[in-house]
Ligand binder design. Structure first.
Ligand SMILES: Nc1ncnc2c1ncn2[C@@H]1O[C@H](COP(=O)(O)OP(=O)(O)OP(=O)(O)O)[C@@H](O)[C@H]1O
Ligand SMILES: [Mg+2]
Length: 152
């Protein structure tokens, strides 16, 4: 999968979520879907995760798990049972990663993981992750590239 989008409104993230989920349905078999969300502060990584949450009918408010780093949300049926939102921004040392048990979550089926600041936990990001790069181009416009290179 290799696509580019120009996003002018938050709601347009839904189109990207829908395309990624279509790709997942056609190419995957229920294994965890990892979305590595890259972009500067304020680029829209949390906003993307919130739109994905709406798409999965998650009722809870999705805020950045800045201090807890990991937050799980049950979905209301559909393609995934659970969404895991990870914000690695505050991870300073590799030794902090293991206790979060993210590696175990990567092995669960029917789970989608949205990971902000994947650069900080790159060693545990699987090669099959979908890379979503968000760049602010002009006021309130985002260029988003979605790429996925390796099936396993
Ligand atoms: N077209 C757009 N796409 C995405 N976000 C937009 C857009 N227009 C405005 N925004 C605003 O930009 C902000 C993006 O903030 P968000 O918290 O999602 O960034 P982030 O990438 O998660 O940053 P951080 O690294 O601090 O976690 C939000 O306030 C959102 O409403
Ligand atoms: Mg964020």
């Amino acid at each position: 999968m290799n696509k580019r989008y120009e996003i002018k409104k938050l709601a347009e993230f839904k189109k990207i979520v829908s395309d990624v989920f279509d790709w997942y349905e056609d190419n995957c078999n229920g294994e965890a879907l990892v979305l590595a969300l890259q972009g500067d502060l304020g680029a829209g990584k949390t906003a993307f995760t919130q739109e994905l949450g709406k798409f999965l009918n998650i009722e809870e408010t999705i805020n950045s798990p800045t201090f807890t780093i990991v937050k799980k949300y049950p979905t209301k049926g559909g393609l995934f049972d659970e969404m895991v939102h990870i914000d690695a921004y505050r991870i300073e040392d590799g030794s902090e990663v293991k206790p979060l048990k993210i590696e175990e979550m990567l092995l669960k089926s029917n789970t989608v993981l949205c990971i902000e600041w994947p650069e900080l936990i790159e060693s545990i990001i699987p090669p099959s992750a979908v890379r979503i790069k968000i760049k602010i181009t002009k006021n309130n416009t985002r260029e988003v590239s979605v790429s996925q290179n390796s099936v396993k």
